[in-house]
Design a protein around this ligand. Structure first.
Ligand SMILES: Cc1cc2nc3c(=O)[nH]c(=O)nc-3n(C[C@H](O)[C@H](O)[C@H](O)COP(=O)(O)OP(=O)(O)OC[C@H]3O[C@@H](n4cnc5c(N)ncnc54)[C@H](O)[C@@H]3O)c2cc1C
Length: 545
């Protein structure tokens, strides 16, 4: 069987499938275990293990459902919360160095929206690398898992209504490659690269969603993109995670101030004074509203201020990080930093059942690629748990199913996808605009018109813009082997499909809820406490209730 994408979800899926004696090919367009969001995550993983204080997965579920603004797929949310502790302990046995307190208990902190201290971490800046490293080591011990880096999948092949393999390109040689598989798991991560301001790595262009749509699966909740409220904006910060201010706020509070150095969260229903309690959608909303009202900081965000925290306390909490900040010229005892929302995570995604199977038999999904568990807004720490839990479920279910399934692959069934790929590679250099320039146009358009605040007019304009970009020929220069133009072109195709799915779903939801804020419909509508789906109707991306 084939696992597409080797972040936290893909690696966990490969391990779980191999435990079912499946023969697994784990591939990634980047390096296995080193691309995507998992390795970038620096903070916490939420699970009700109850080491810091009494806790139960049912309480975690209550908090997750409350944050999801009535839209969570309760079965998936339950799966996430109920199985989170088992994954934390399994990772612990595999050598994840969760931070420990007295008596060997795993340390946990309380993050906004969680009713308890339930978020585990490795150390505050190394959680993602710790998780990815543990899974890489574990994968390398599994003889049933073959790892392939630098292969990008461009189509899942479906024959007789069943996923039977995939077609892709070796990004180093430029060769077209085909994969026969009895089951395919899409674990290719999120979509935040379709927005200009994002916290993503370069390979998070929403390909999982486009692959699923083209294969005949449907998507859910695509209108709900999470904007992380306090991403670093200024002064310039090199070599550090743009969302690193979250752990500072967990530990030290910090004050969020507008351009006039006043606290403002209370104006928008938050309770933030010196603490960190406001959930993400509400905080993003408040910051953008202050900026819009002309009360922003010089670079268009707000201030995050730790000047009231003594140097010794800062050093005690974040010693080495304080030194790294100093090399960037930032002294938190003297200067507030500027922060602003950035596209960070996607609540929507591929619709699956509790076995992580899509409506296309043999096609599964895992991790951020899956939609529904977090509804209209995700709690911090739930995304890595989702990757681990859903990865394990998908791998187990797909590994089991593959055992009793004959191969449906032949070269003939992969031919259409191979032709599509050859056609993309054939584009002449003088025909059009470089694909990376078209990607930038798309990112600008998505940020301006499909960002944190949307109106029907903006969303219609965005859909026109997406069509225009799609109709603009992308220039691809010929190259022997490694061809960045071609990779950009293939990624652009997927980004456009995914961007359209987000814009269509956002246009369809005429209300404001969680991360989806419509200026022309500022209230939530009780009649819209239901999920919207997106699917392909012929060549068209269509939303349906
Ligand atoms: C900066 C940052 C910090 C974060 N911090 C936290 C945190 O502290 N706590 C938390 O819970 N969550 C956090 N998140 C979110 C969380 O990290 C992700 O939701 C989660 O790691 C996703 O895991 P995944 O395996 O689904 O996807 P990823 O880890 O993104 O892996 C997807 C993989 O798929 C590959 N891929 C993509 N397209 C293709 C293709 N066509 N063919 C082949 N391979 C492909 C990519 O190269 C990538 O390696 C953070 C995210 C970011 C960006």
């Amino acid at each position: 069987m084939l696992v597409v994408g080797a972040g936290g979800a893909g690696m966990y899926a490969a391990i779980a499938a191999a435990k079912q004696d499946a023969s697994v090919l784990l591939l990634d367009k980047s390096l296995v275990g080193r691309g995507g969001a998992t390795i970038m995550a620096q903070m916490t993983v939420a699970a009700a293990i109850g080491h810091e204080e009494r806790d139960h997965w049912a309480d975690h579920l209550d908090d997750t459902l409350a944050a999801g603004r009535e839209l969570c797929d309760e079965k998936l949310a339950r799966l996430l919360c109920e199985n989170g502790p088992a994954r934390i302990f399994e990772m612990d046995r595999w050598g994840a160095h969760w931070a420990r307190g007295g008596g060997g208990r795993i340390r946990q902190v309380q993050a906004p929206g969680h009713g308890r201290a339930r978020c585990c971490y490795v150390d505050f800046l190394n959680t993602g690398p710790g998780v990815a490293g543990t899974l890489r080591r574990q994968v390398s011990t599994m003889s049933g898992v073959r790892r392939v880096s630098n292969v990008t999948v461009t189509d899942v092949v479906v024959h007789d209504g069943r996923a039977v393999g995939a077609v892709g390109m070796d990004v180093v040689s430029g060769d077209i490659v085909t994969f026969a598989a009895k089951a395919v798991i899409l674990a290719a991560g999120g979509l935040t690269k379709i927005f200009r301001r994002n916290s993503a790595s370069t390979n998070m262009g929403g390909e999982a969603y486009a692959l699923a749509l083209r294969a005949g699966a449907d998507l859910i909740d695509m209108e709900f993109v999470q904007f992380f409220p306090i991403a670093h904006l200024a002064p310039r910060l090199v070599g550090m995670d743009p969302i690193m201010w979250d752990p500072f706020r967990y530990k030290l509070g910090g004050r969020l101030l507008n351009g006039d150095f006043e606290e403002f969260m209370h104006r928008y229903g938050g309770q933030d004074s010196g603490k960190y309690t406001t959930v993400r959608d509400q905080a993003s909303y408040a910051i953008l509203k202050e900026v819009e009202a002309g009360r922003g900081s010089p670079h268009g965000g707000v201030y995050l201020d730790f000047r009231h925290v003594p140097d010794a306390t800062l050093r005690d909490a974040f010693g080495p990080v304080i030194d790294r900040l100093a090399t960037n010229g930032i002294d938190l005892t003297k200067t507030p930093v500027e922060v602003a929302p950035t596209a960070h995570y996607h609540m929507g995604g591929i619709r699956v059942d509790e076995r992580m199977e899509t409506r296309v038999p043999g096609l599964y999904a895992a991790g951020e690629a899956v939609g529904g568990a977090n509804g209209a807004n995700r709690l911090s720490g739930n995304a890595i748990t989702e990757a681990l839990v859903f990865g394990e479920c998908a791998g187990r279910a797909a590994g089991n199913a593959a055992a009793g399934t004959p191969s449906g692959w032949s070269d003939a069934v992969g031919e259409d996808a191979a032709v599509r790929l050859r056609r993309a590679a054939d584009t002449k250099p003088d025909d059009g605009v470089p694909a990376n320039v078209l990607q930038l146009r798309l990112q600008d358009l998505m940020w301006e018109d499909v960002g944190s605040f949307r109106t029907g007019g903006q969303l219609r304009r965005a859909l026109d813009g997406i069509r225009e970009i799609r109709e603009t020929p992308a220039a691809v220069h010929a190259a022997d082997g490694y061809n960045l133009d071609l990779q950009d072109r293939l990624e652009l195709d997927a980004m456009l499909t995914t961007a359209e799915a987000v814009a269509r779903a956002a246009l369809g939801r005429a209300e404001s809820r969680g991360a989806h804020q419509r200026l022309d419909f500022p209230e939530s509508d009780p009649a819209l406490v239901r999920n919207q789906a997106v699917e392909m109707k012929g060549e068209e991306v269509a939303a349906r209730w």
